[in-house]
Design a protein around this ligand. Structure first.
Ligand code: TGC
Ligand code: FAD
Length: 392
């Protein structure tokens, strides 16, 4: 790609709302992304491969478990630092941010929050250092938006359980060392289990032919009579609320992350509009292009304020699931619209890999679907404000 000249928009001086720690984390992550992600990401997206060499660097900048306490290997940062880190990483690529979201909020978080001390000690520092990569198995071929219907199940077998079933659309599955898998016990109650690569009967076939998140590896988790030690069952929370609680944390990170992709598209379009000459003047001088750019910046500014406030609420332990849901839906939606508009500003150049916009746009088609679709998040808000459940 062309040299990464990214300059973040800050139209409302939102930097003044951030603490010094947040700015330090932001700048360190931004510099790392410029140096390590931007130069290679287009090539990896084109060849549909996750850049494995980024794992060590991601661990070093604290992107695996930013808010997990330091005694377990995490970075011990607050929620705004976590969010801003996801913003900067997704500014590079949604697929790289996906790997961090899964590792931090969908693998480390449940082991930290629902696991016992032995499980925390066994897995968390290895996940924080990138020695282990994890994945999260909730979605099944016939149960996506409705995960409560899952059929993956386990039966008692002495000091082990026997796990059967299949998960689909699982980020990091093809190369993950461990999987946090959600399955029903013999009473039909959902529990989380840590399944390790190498357990007999456990396979992770890769999903090919994606037009989106091409620099992220996606796959299935297949369990054919897998004997999992009972010691690998997360004991401290069960029921559908357990996986949904992890999603709250990941959806929060996505609300920030999508903003990063939006900022990159806007910044690219603004620079191009000022440089590209047609009819003897920069296209940025035409009213129709200014309308696009002005609307993009307005939406980015509103989204920045939304996640900053949500981060404050989260730091105070007051953010509700429905508030997080609103931010995920809004910020992904505006990012997708901005990517589409920004691509038009670049004309034909917008479809090439010389600029990041088309890649962001295609990536965001997954981001608007995973962690709850746009429509599911609308229904969550609808339920919250009316008290009437429109899901079923
Ligand atoms: P419902 O009856 O409403 O709730 C069941 C229990 O869960 C509790 N609950 C929550 N708890 C914590 N956080 C939340 N966000 C929660 N939402 C609900 C609820 O209180 C209840 O608890 P209890 O004690 O009464 O049993 O459940 P439902 O079956 O009606 O479904 C509700 C619905 C549709 C909102 C939910 O199932 C949903 O969110 N569906 C979307 C599925 C989804 O988001 N899947 C994501 C899979 S993971 C993924 O996409 C990773 S992508 C990673 C990457 O690459 O970045
Ligand atoms: P469906 O649930 O079949 O939905 C299809 C359509 O129907 C959607 O538009 C939906 O909004 C709509 N719909 C469904 N129910 C209702 C309703 N009640 N009212 C109105 N409309 C409704 N999952 C994991 O567990 N772990 C992962 O790591 C993971 N990574 C992913 C990575 C990628 C690249 C992708 C694409 C998905 C990933 N997912 C993962 C799965 C993701 O969470 C699901 O795709 C998502 O939850 C939607 O499920 P579905 O695809 O089965 O769609």
């Amino acid at each position: 790609m062309l040299k990464d000249l990214f300059q973040a928009p800050d139209y409302y001086q939102i930097d003044e709302l951030l603490m010094e720690e947040h700015l330090l984390v932001r700048d360190a992550t931004r510099n790392w992304v410029k140096k390590e992600v931007s130069p290679i990401i287009e090539e990896y997206a084109q060849k549909a491969e996750f850049p494995q060499q980024l794992i060590k660097g991601l661990a070093d900048i604290g992107a695996f478990g930013p808010y997990i306490p330091q005694e377990y290997g995490g970075a011990g940062l607050d929620q705004i630092s976590y969010g801003i880190m996801m913003q900067e990483i997704e500014r590079g690529d949604s697929g790289v941010r996906s790997t961090c979201s899964v590792q931090s909020s969908l693998v480390m978080y449940p082991i930290y929050a629902y696991g016992n001390e032995e499980q925390r000690k066994k897995y968390l520092s290895k996940l924080a250092s990138g020695e282990y990569i994890g994945c999260f198995g909730l979605t099944e071929p016939n149960f996506g938006s409705n995960p409560g219907g899952m059929i993956t199940n386990y039966k008692d077998d002495g000091d082990h359980v026997i796990l059967n079933g299949a998960k689909m659309w699982i980020s990091n599955a093809p190369f993950a060392d461990i999987a946090v898998v959600w399955a029903k016990n013999e009473e039909g109650r959902i529990h989380g289990l840590v399944v390790e690569r190498g357990m007999e009967g456990f396979t992770t076939p890769e999903t090919h032919n994606k037009w989106s998140l091409r620099a992220s590896a996606t796959g299935e988790l297949v369990f054919d009579n897998v004997r999992v030690p009972k010691a690998n069952i997360l004991p401290n929370k069960s029921g559908l609320g357990a996986p949904l609680g992890c999603l709250d944390s990941a959806r929060y990170g996505i609300a920030w992350g999508a903003l990063g992709a939006a900022m990159d598209c806007y910044d690219t379009a603004l620079r191009y509009a000022k440089e590209r000459i047609q009819f003897d003047r920069p296209i940025g001088g035409f009213q129709l292009q200014q309308k696009k750019l002005a609307e993009m910046l307005t939406e980015i500014t509103k989204a920045q304020l939304l996640v900053w406030r949500l981060g404050k609420l989260k730091n105070e332990g007051k953010a509700t699931s429905a508030q997080i849901s609103m931010a995920k839906r809004n910020n992904v939606e505006i990012a997708l619209k901005i990517a589409r508009e920004a691509r038009q500003v670049l004309g034909g150049m917008g479809i090439t890999g010389d600029y990041p916009i088309m890649r962001h746009m295609m990536n965001l088609e997954s981001v608007v679907t995973y962690e709850g679709t746009h429509d599911i998040h609308l229904l969550i808000t609808g339920f919250d404000i009316t008290g009437l459940n429109a899901f079923k």
